[in-house]
Ligand binder design. Structure first.
Ligand code: UD1
Ligand code: CA
Length: 451
């Protein structure tokens, strides 16, 4: 099918310099959600109608399967679809979607296309308060006659509780006849897409209707309040899918997935965790409260204690991370690694069973197996101009409060005494100390305050 996505509206009520359809829901632009759904439907052609200031929309979301059509002046929904006609294949029906209605489901749209058959179909909804929406006017036999906009409707018509959601499926060849024939003699002086219903009836074409699987699918975003409401719906849906796939959530209302979260079996996630980009959690992974993970891959059995922050990093199996750990981009932990509280690791690999349990900075380092990094250890990786690497070979023991001034290598099995400032390589298997020898000064007296 052809898909037309209307996205030319300015979105004034967002009170933002960012075009409305680029505001994010679940970490992704509103229009990105609609594009994904269109692709899920197997759309042959996707035309996006964009408007003033929309070049940034195009830059943000451009892809080879998209046709961008500029609507210079927003003269109405019918005028918007009219701009796309030359790009649509007559052989397939056309589905009209909206860039600011991001939660529409592929199943609902497939059904809309199905009920359309070779005719027209409108997705409708019954609302307790239909104020503002176009109303579906039916005849005594229940057949759709036309859609009347709220501002053009009589009191009787305003009492109709069946509204137009805006989503339509139409035969493309017919659209090419109807849209150029639309007038704008109405309360808003706009070319209404909804007027094609009357034109279809005039040609004795059937007009079918169906309703969305869930009411929230057709909610649009016009303000930050509505954006926040849809965000909660989207997150609740994500949480339900996770739980249905076997993930334990301490509280489904307190998890935010802003991207893609892939979980193995028996994963459990405590409250207030945020997942961004693509995150993969292996079997049995436990994520403690208040963690933020962005583009991370965590191996089976690894436990992440509360308040840890992990970004562009990987951990192997059975690691212990946190509480209050920070894994920055380029961190690769092998298996059974322990990274404890207030430890920051960046652009470093740490091999099996090594530990840095307290207050350390490991940056631009290659750390071997079975290494113990003492509390307060720092790799001095930056000389003010360039970054340098630190290599710590297998079975090294680094005493507390050590500075490793890179580039420097600590040989296999070496021990560094507490308080070492290492500026040259430390030989393997030996104890290396750099601090001054302990000295007690004979006869020294503490100064006394003068009267
Ligand atoms: C439209 C429907 C109305 C329906 C309602 C559902 C028409 C005439 N009316 O009304 O029956 O109940 O949606 O929300 O279709 N747009 C463009 N270019 C334009 C005009 C609009 O791209 O020239 C886009 C807007 O950005 C928006 C969408 O189309 O995303 C709907 O336009 P809007 O003006 O909000 O239509 P409504 O008046 O709400
Ligand atoms: Ca609207």
């Amino acid at each position: 099918m052809n898909v037309v996505i209307l996205a030319a509206g300015q979105g004034k009520r967002m009170r933002s310099d960012l075009p409305k359809v680029l505001h994010r829901l679940g970490g992704r632009p509103l229009l990105g959600h609609v594009l994904e759904t269109a692709r899920e439907l197997g759309a042959g052609k996707i035309c996006v109608v964009y408007g003033h200031g929309g070049e940034s929309v195009r830059e943000a979301l451009d892809a080879p399967d998209l046709i961008w059509v500029k609507q210079e002046l927003q003269l109405g929904t019918g005028h918007a679809v009219l701009q796309t006609l030359t790009f649509l294949d007559d052989g397939a029906p056309t589905l009209v979607l909206y860039g600011d209605v991001p939660l529409i489901g592929a199943a609902t749209l497939s059904r809309l296309a199905e009920v359309a058959g070779n005719g027209l179909a409108v997705l409708t909804e019954f609302l307790e308060d239909p104020t503002g929406y176009g109303r579906i006017v039916r005849d005594d036999d229940g057949r759709v006659r036309r859609i009347v906009e709220h501002r053009d409707a009589s009191d009787d018509e305003r009492a109709i509780d069946e509204i137009n959601t805006g989503f339509m499926a139409a035969p493309t060849a017919a659209l090419k006849r109807w849209l150029p024939a639309l007038g704008n003699n109405n309360a808003q002086g706009e070319y209404y897409l909804t007027d094609i219903v009357r034109l279809a009836i005039g040609e004795d074409m059937a007009v079918a209707t169906t309703q969305p699987d869930a009411g929230w699918e057709v909610l649009g975003v016009n303000s930050k309040v509505q954006l926040a409401e849809l965000e909660r719906i989207h997150q609740r849906n994500n949480a339900l899918l996770l739980m249905e796939s076997g993930v334990t959530l301490a509280d489904p209302e307190r998890i935010d997935v802003r991207g893609e979260l892939d979980c193995g079996r028996d994963v459990s996630i405590d409250v207030n965790c945020v997942f961004e980009g693509r995150v993969v959690l292996g079997n049995g992974v436990e994520v403690g409260a208040h963690c933020v993970l962005r583009n991370a891959v965590i191996g089976a059995g690894t436990r992440i204690a509360p308040f840890s922050h992990i970004e562009e990093a990987e951990a192997g199996r059975d690691c212990r991370i946190g509480p209050f750990a920070r894994l920055r981009p380029g961190t690769r932990l092998a298996d059974e690694v322990h990274i404890g509280n207030f430890v920051e690791v960046k652009n470093s690999t740490v091999a099996d069973k090594s530990k840095a349990n307290h207050l350390a900075y490991v940056g631009d380092a290659t750390v071997g197996k079975n290494v113990n990094v003492g509390a307060g250890t720092i790799t001095c990786n930056y000389d003010g101009a360039n970054k340098h690497r630190t290599v710590i070979e297998d079975d090294v023991f680094i005493g507390s409060d050590t500075q490793l001034v890179a580039p420097v290598t600590v040989g296999r099995g070496a021990t560094l005494g507490a308080g070492t400032t290492l500026t040259q390589d430390a030989p393997p298997e030996k104890l290396t100390l750099t601090r001054v020898k302990q000295l007690t000064v004979p006869g020294w007296k503490r100064p006394i305050k003068k009267k």
